[in-house]
Design a protein around this ligand. Structure first.
Ligand SMILES: Cc1cc2nc3c(=O)[nH]c(=O)nc-3n(C[C@H](O)[C@H](O)[C@H](O)COP(=O)(O)OP(=O)(O)OC[C@H]3O[C@@H](n4cnc5c(N)ncnc54)[C@H](O)[C@@H]3O)c2cc1C
Length: 388
């Protein structure tokens, strides 16, 4: 069905004319690289010096890419998405700080979200980031194989505890829990911990879901190893497959420190790796569940085709498509209209605290060749259809 995502009427059905105009205006701005750079600097300055820019940010980028400042604030958006058959993943998008206090706050928020989403059909997942629950440098030290000090060991015990409390609660409430992935040099420690959680809580189905970044050339082998251990030891693997968001940082660090980059040599290789991996998963759904987090049309069409070839029902609970709120509505809403399982990450948090998330979205849309143009092209098509 190669024309499915061209349907802009379904894609933008939830947007009023004013919202459509705002999206068009925003993506036009974001397409302009120097403007994004200047805008980012000015916004950072304004936030640091407490200039009253929150209202302006809220009315523009924030409302386009976020659900609200807290979970209740997100509900009108959750309800609107749900009417169109699209689920939400409430994503507390306040980025990790390198001290311990905010970590207990992130734990508290995640537990509160689990209570909030239980029995809400429209929100079947919760999500957290490993660095929300532990200091980056602690994961990094463990991943590098260095010995922790006594104090660090105790600190790591508290991280394990935060993971365990959250995964147990998700298991008890029967809410699936997505765990994001981050930079490769801290990821081994997080992967080991998540695997431990899968062993404990995924005996019958994938409640705990780890993320693999397929811009890393080693991840399919990692997944095959994980599947072998799961089949041998009797647990299910939950996988969110993404391409990966830290490309430049990864390559720069590898070059600076003189090791082989963990990243595929080209976009084409990443695409092939991603597609090969989702094919592998669809052929092993008895052991692995898939949440495909992607805005890539070709990969989304491929997943539809793989499901058909392997006679997997469109609403099979083991396969989900995921996009970010404010992006690629043409994929999300058209897939949902066809009966596929679709969920959008709906970020929330105080305006100034989600700024790093918003800046990453702006930069990503600027740097990913073609993506902004695609959004603009579709918005233009819909404006024309509505005769705006
Ligand atoms: C629901 C959801 C959840 C996500 N969760 C995470 C997460 O937990 N961790 C995380 O890191 N990211 C996460 N992401 C972001 C994701 O990793 C991608 O950055 C983003 O989705 C863009 O990739 P794409 O598949 O949509 O497709 P495209 O837009 O087709 O691909 C862009 C991606 O291709 C890769 N790429 C680009 N150029 C090159 C190159 N020269 N060489 C090699 N590879 C290249 C990069 O990964 C880049 O982001 C998530 C995305 C979604 C939609």
């Amino acid at each position: 069905m190669p024309e499915l995502f061209e349907n802009t009427k379904t894609a933008f059905a939830l947007k009023s004319d004013a919202e459509l105009e705002r999206a068009y205006f925003l993506f036009k701005l974001i397409a302009n690289q120097p403007l994004v750079r200047i805008g980012t600097a000015v916004t950072n300055f304004a936030i640091k010096t407490h200039l009253p820019v929150e209202g302006l940010i809220r009315a523009t980028v924030f409302d386009h890419f976020c659900g609200g400042v807290n979970e209740k604030d997100c509900m009108p958006t959750v309800d609107k998405l749900w009417e169109a058959g699209v689920c939400s993943v409430l994503d507390y998008s306040v980025e990790g700080k390198d001290t311990e206090d905010p970590l207990d706050n992130a734990l508290e928020v995640t537990l509160k979200i689990l209570d909030f989403v239980k029995e809400r059909e429209a929100i079947p997942f919760a999500v957290f980031k490993p660095t929300g629950f532990g200091r980056f440098h602690l994961y990094e030290k463990l991943s590098s194989g260095k010995k922790l000090t006594k104090a660090e060991e105790e600190e790591w015990g508290r991280v394990v505890n935060r993971f365990d409390i959250t995964c147990k609660k998700a298991f008890d409430l029967d809410v699936c829990l997505l765990i994001d992935s981050e930079e490769s040099w801290m990821q081994d420690a997080a992967d080991e911990l998540v695997e431990e959680m899968m062993r404990k809580y995924n005996k019958k189905k994938a409640v705990v879901i780890n993320t693999i970044q397929l811009y890393r050339w080693d991840r399919l082998d990692y997944l095959k190893g994980l599947m072998e251990r799961a089949e041998r030891d009797g647990f299910k693997v939950g996988i969110k497959a993404v391409r990966g968001a830290y490309l430049e940082k990864e390559n720069e660090r590898a070059e600076e420190m003189g090791y082989k980059s963990p990243i595929c040599a080209s976009k084409k290789e990443t695409d092939e790796n991603f597609n090969k991996t989702i094919s592998f998963i669809v052929q092993h759904l008895d052991s692995i569940s898939l949440f495909a987090g992607t805005h890539n049309e070709a990969s989304s069409y491929l997943l539809m085709q793989l499901m058909e070839e392997n006679k997997i029902a469109k609403d099979d609970h083991r396969v989900w498509f995921g996009q970010l709120f404010g992006m690629s509505d043409h994929i999300s809403f058209n897939l949902a209209a066809e009966g596929y399982n679709v969920a959008k990450y709906l970020p929330f948090g105080p305006v100034r605290d989600v700024m790093p998330y918003l800046i990453r979205r702006a930069e990503e849309n600027t740097s990913v060749a073609g993506q902004t143009n695609r959004e603009l092209e579709l918005l233009k098509k819909e404006r024309k259809r509505r005769k705006i």
